[in-house]
Design a protein around this ligand. Structure first.
Ligand SMILES: Cc1cc2nc3c(=O)[nH]c(=O)nc-3n(C[C@H](O)[C@H](O)[C@H](O)COP(=O)(O)OP(=O)(O)OC[C@H]3O[C@@H](n4cnc5c(N)ncnc54)[C@H](O)[C@@H]3O)c2cc1C
Length: 403
């Protein structure tokens, strides 16, 4: 057993020290994965993760856990596929069961434009080395027997893309697994510690002000999801991000009825059945900007109407809980991972409605970026600069539904 490993806890709860080489702001999946890869791959262990609430209590603990890599553009397919490959070995790497289940993800098409977009994406995915198939409506029914493919439906199912290697994992296990592994490598995980200010001297980061005192730092890595623009504003950096509520809900526990993940952009619902038995359903974002971790009732009403049309069998199920998270959305529906004009300040944000799937890959490339002071080729296209060079990576087609 490592010296600092406590038999009753997964990680220590140290007091913040006066200085660290790297401070990561945000103890969600991305912050924790970054800390782990910094220590594991780059030997940088003088690291603290500062979390204002509790580890994994933000979007990491609020998402619908869908994992896939079938995005349209090569840049996106490369980074999400890198992540998917890491998922495939994650339980072994972290020695923790993250309940990763490659049960297949269907993206339904309900109109001719949907069909064209889906078929184009299947072809693009195959060219990029990502597994992808196009299914007819009958093949959808064979793969997922409870989907309603009646032509009488308001939005009839005309076909679907299928990624068989895609699926789900248990989000809180993932957070705990990364936290435990980072802690074991010497990273300080500090909960209940809000960053309230960032110090700069001559264009370089020097420290953070926190609710638990000032900390001198060599570098600051933001991983604060929906609150990134609030933190960036502390150094006068205005980011192309909007923060929106995104909601999800679960039903009571049911016997196994849904063996895959089903997503529909057009009717705007995405559903899977968690290992324990509850149906996990996500909705679209609320249209307005907000930092309140709750959303509007009418969004849930629309989400359930869509779910019932696709799955009439759910009509007797009861909703158990609903909740919301705050997601950080960019104009091109792609993330921002890289350096900033301020020396020593790094950015990992804009994952919006779809960053859970990216947790391992994002942490991996972000750690590389922080350790080397420059991006890895996988995240180079996702630089902040693309918003003034115009080299956008428009993933609205693959990412439009919140997932
Ligand atoms: C309802 C919902 C469904 C979703 N479904 C999916 C899905 O199916 N698949 C998918 O891939 N993605 C999904 N997502 C998106 C995914 O959850 C996010 O993109 C991802 O979790 C963001 O990274 P994170 O885990 O690090 O964020 P978070 O867990 O939100 O971590 C950020 C942390 O920063 C902390 N923080 C903020 N400000 C400060 C501060 N000043 N000081 C210290 N700490 C601070 C917060 O408390 C928070 O814990 C969904 C999101 C929601 C809300």
């Amino acid at each position: 057993m490592l010296e600092h490993e406590h038999p009753d806890f997964l990680w220590r709860s140290p007091e913040p020290r006066a200085s660290y080489d790297v401070v990561i702001v945000g103890g969600g999946g991305h912050g924790l994965a970054t800390a782990y890869y910094l220590a594991k791959h780059h030997g940088i262990t003088d690291v603290a993760v500062l979390e204002r609430g509790w580890l994994g209590g933000g979007n990491m603990g609020r998402n619908t856990t869908i994992i896939r890599s079938n995005y349209l553009w090569d840049e996106s397919a490369a980074i999400y596929e890198h992540s998917l490959k890491l998922w495939e070995g994650l339980a072994e790497e972290l020695d923790y069961d993250v309940l990763f289940s490659q049960r297949g993800v269907l993206n339904l098409a309900h109109s001719l434009p949907d069909v064209r977009e889906g078929v184009r994406r299947v072809n693009a995915n195959r060219l990029a080395g990502v597994d992808a198939e196009w299914l007819t409506a009958e093949q959808v029914k064979a793969f997922c027997p409870i989907v309603n493919i009646s032509p009488e439906a308001r939005y009839p199912v005309l076909g679907a893309t299928l990624q068989r290697r895609a699926g789900i994992a248990k989000h809180d296990h993932v957070a705990w697994a990364y936290a435990r592994a980072a802690d074991a490598l010497g990273v300080d995980l500090i909960q209940g510690c809000e960053v309230t200010g960032i110090d700069i001297h001559e264009g370089r980061i020097t420290g953070v002000e926190t609710t638990r005192g000032r900390i001198r730092v060599g570098a600051i890595a933001l991983a604060a999801a929906g609150h990134t623009s609030v933190l960036a504003a502390m150094v006068g950096l205005r980011l192309p991000l909007q923060s929106h509520p995104l909601q999800a809900l679960v039903s009571e526990l049911l016997a196994p009825v849904l063996g895959c993940v089903v997503m529909s952009n057009a009717v705007h619902v995405y559903v899977n059945q968690a290992h324990k038995g509850e149906l996990v359903m996500g909705a679209g974002i609320d249209a307005y900007n907000s930092y309140a971790q709750r959303g509007s009732f009418h969004v849930i009403e629309r989400q359930l109407a869509a779910a019932l049309e696709l799955f009439p069998i759910f009509s007797r199920a009861h909703v158990l809980r609903t909740w919301g998270g705050i997601v950080d959305v960019t104009p091109d529906a792609s993330p921002i991972v890289g350096t900033t004009p301020i020396r020593g300040l790094y950015l990992n944000c804009g994952w919006g409605t779809g960053g859970f799937k990216a947790t391992p890959g994002s942490g991996w490339v972000y750690a590389h970026t922080i350790a080397n002071g420059e991006p890895h080729p996988l995240n180079e296209p996702f630089a902040l600069e693309r918003f003034w060079t115009g080299a956008l990576i428009d993933e609205h087609g693959a990412a439009a539904v919140a997932h």
